[in-house]
Design a protein. Structure first.
Length: 76
C-alpha cells in the first residue's frame, strides 16, 4: 500500500471515528530512517536510481533532462 492509497478510505470512515483512528494507526506508512525509500527525486519523486552526488538529489531520468541546464556536458 502506498502513501496516497491509505488515505482514500477516509471518506468512508468519517462516519465511524473509532474505526478511522484504528485504521490510521495500523495502515499509515512508517517513517524511514534508512533505505531506498528515504531519498526521493526533487522533481518527479522517484525513489530508484537516485543521484545524490554533488547535492543533486535527482533520479537518473530527470538528470538526463536537466544536465545541460546544470552545467554538465556530454563527451561522446
Amino acid at each position: 500500500m502506498t502513501t496516497s492509497d491509505h488515505k482514500k478510505v477516509f471518506k468512508q470512515l468519517d462516519l465511524k471515528p473509532n474505526k478511522k483512528k484504528k485504521y490510521e494507526r495500523l495502515n499509515a506508512p512508517k517513517e524511514r530512517s534508512c533505505g531506498i525509500n528515504l531519498k526521493h527525486c526533487r522533481i518527479c519523486g522517484r525513489t530508484r536510481a537516485h543521484i545524490s552526488k554533488y547535492g543533486l538529489g535527482l533520479c537518473r531520468q530527470c538528470f538526463r533532462d536537466y544536465a545541460t541546464e546544470l552545467g554538465f556536458k556530454k563527451y561522446s
